[in-house]
Design a protein around this ligand. Structure first.
Ligand SMILES: [Zn+2]
Length: 600
């Protein structure tokens, strides 16, 4: 569509559903006279891994004034168009067959895309207004398809195909788009319209229950950051949800989130109990929603702005992902979606997960954050022995800070105050200005001291920069919560993680210090027999149960296709068995606990 205004204009339509191709027509009214450079991002903000989305561009061509314009490829994701005077039109197809929240997906059942997968950025013009015409697939068969996105409409009715707009490229790629036949749920949270569009076949969905629970979560978090005004930083919020047979994932955006869940996670009409799947799904919604403040607006300095061509290193993901993980479940208990016993069960699960791997003693959460691109996001069989999760340990760091601040200030201050101060200083202004300088590690540490009146450097040294376990037993005791780690059981263990492969039992990880490690077994080995009895995916535990700690067994295993034999001296199962229970006293401690877990 020709335009005299200097805007960047895209038209996107499903081109061939069976071949999973979107076609995009990009029009640049006044291309760079030196030759317009165009590129596709190498990663998507929120998912810290180089994904090289440009590899999915199948065909690309350029024209101006009806004549072909030569495109020169500059590197894996950039092109330069030859000089031309008139309007430049780039037409390209994008292969969309990644069933995740991070890229694009298209078939006869629906279409989904993130802007980072489909919209080439026009260098030098990223700050201009961007307009996108979202078009339906060809054919009557798709006349019932609708559009769900938080991208503001320009000339489109809500949920319809038509023209949408963004004030710059950064905004354009921060509103994923779903198209298809979806179930729409809507509710208000403190006056702000919220919707959830669910794609996928879901018989007997209890939409009302879902809307009620989501509303409680969203209202809690809006009031958490703005207790007085209860003002949300967005005008509208959309949860884009794809329900599949088995799946889990979420990615945060400024006014929306893209989610994948298992169909069985969604509530069924007539059912009132909260299943584990539904609780996890609400936890995921809570997590992504909390990011609306923490990482989409309060963000690391290095993300302001993002450099979409390469890794953006920050040692603060423990704050942006870890603290968000802390507040996702805490929101559920404070908003009354789950009870306190359930919440403590979830905390214990995180404690057990972190304690299990020796990687926690080698990598700090600051290091884990920095190396997210090559380690956390590219985990292999050695991950438990080499790395710590900035999500899981980060959430325990948040827990420790919160308990410590509350105890040491006798309940006058908490981590909530720190989050609100971060929001006021580094987030709210971002929202008003459209951009901000972001926050550095030094800023964060100074703010903690300022808000709490404490000197927390030694806590940062221990929890953020250190690798020693956190003293949570004592911290929780001050809140009348008993932390119990059952001592190593007499049960013998190999110290491995396994996977079923057909009927076979394959080792996926060998834990450092376990019996398998000492005997020389390796991840990738397929167990064949223990003392000449066949091992299958389902009988490993029952075979081991016939022995005692200290017994030596003969294990046969295939490494690749070579049969090997190992003498394995069985060790006790040392995997943590942490549980948390609430105590009735002392009163001062139960008061602190009530203040911590209650909604305010
Ligand atoms: Zn997250």
């Amino acid at each position: 569509m020709p335009s005299r205004r200097d805007v960047v204009h895209y038209a996107i339509r499903p081109h061939d559903l069976a071949l999973h191709l979107f076609e995009v027509v990009l029009t640049v009214a006044r291309p760079d006279p030196e030759g317009q450079v165009l590129s596709l991002p190498a990663w998507i903000p929120g998912s810290y891994m180089i994904r090289e989305f440009a590899r999915n561009i199948v065909q690309i061509r350029a024209e101006s004034d009806g004549r072909k314009v030569k495109l020169t490829k500059l590197d894996k994701h950039s092109w330069r168009a030859a000089r031309c005077k008139g309007q430049l039109t780039i037409t390209y197809q994008v292969y969309a067959w990644d069933l995740s929240v991070r890229a694009a997906h298209l078939d006869q059942t629906h279409g989904f895309f993130n802007g980072t997968s489909v919209f080439l950025q026009v260098h030098g013009k990223q700050q201009l207004a961007h307009v996108v015409d979202i078009q339906p697939p060809p054919g009557e068969a798709y006349s019932s398809w609708r559009v769900a996105t938080s991208l503001p409409e320009l000339k489109a009715r809500r949920y319809r195909f038509g023209t949408y707009q963004a004030k710059d490229y950064d905004e354009l790629i921060d509103h994923p788009v779903e198209m298809g036949e979806y179930i729409l749920i809507d509710f208000e949270a403190h006056g702000v319209p919220h919707e959830m569009a669910i794609t996928g076949r879901i018989p007997n969905l209890d939409a009302e229950r879902l809307a009620n629970d989501l509303q409680r979560i969203c209202e809690y978090q809006i009031a958490f950051f703005e207790p007085r005004s209860k003002r949300a930083p967005m005008q509208r919020y959309v949860f884009l949800t794809l329900a599949v047979g088995d799946g889990y994932g979420g990615l945060e955006h400024r006014s929306s989130t893209a989610l994948i869940c298992a169909r069985s996670d969604l509530p069924v009409r007539g059912q009132t109990a909260i299943t584990e799947g539904y609780r996890n799904f609400l936890g995921l919604c809570s997590h992504e929603y909390f990011h609306t403040w923490n990482v989409k607006r309060i963000k690391p300095a290095v993300f302001a702005p993002y450099d979409l061509t390469r890794e953006n290193y920050t040692s603060l993901l423990w704050l942006f992902e870890g603290f968000t993980s802390y507040y996702d479940d805490l929101t559920l208990v404070r908003a009354g979606v789950i009870d306190r016993t359930t919440y403590l069960g979830l905390l214990a699960k995180t404690l057990n997960a972190v304690q299990k791997g020796s990687g926690r003693l080698k990598q700090s959460v600051a290091e884990s954050s920095f190396d997210a691109w090559t380690k956390y996001y590219r985990q292999d069989e050695n991950a438990p022995n080499a790395i710590v999760s900035y999500y899981q340990k980060g959430s325990l760091v948040a827990l420790w800070f919160d308990l410590l601040i509350r105890s040491q200030t006798r309940g006058k201050r908490s981590l909530d105050d720190v989050m609100r101060a971060l929001w006021r200083r580094y987030g709210r202004d971002f929202y008003h200005d459209g951009h901000g300088a972001g926050v550095s590690s030094v800023d964060v540490e100074a703010l903690f001291d300022e808000v709490t009146g404490l000197r927390l450097k030694s806590v940062f040294d221990h929890a953020v920069r250190g690798t020693k376990d956190l003293p949570l037993t004592e911290a929780l005791a001050s809140f009348a919560i008993h932390y119990q780690d059952r001592p190593a059981r007499a049960a013998p263990s190999l110290g491995v993680r396994t996977r079923r492969e057909g009927a076979d039992c394959k080792l996926t990880s060998v834990y450092e210090g376990g019996a398998a490690h000492h005997a020389g077994l390796s991840a990738g080995d397929t167990l064949v027999a223990i003392d000449d009895l066949r091992v299958t995916a389902s009988n490993l535990d029952s075979l081991l149960a016939r022995y005692r700690v200290g017994d030596t067994v003969q294990i046969h295993a295939f490494r690749r296709d070579e049969l090997m034999s190992f003498a394995v001296s069985l060790l006790p199962d040392t995997s943590p068995k942490i549980s948390l229970t609430m105590l009735e006293k002392p009163l001062a401690a139960t008061k602190l606990r009530d203040a911590w877990l209650k909604a305010r």
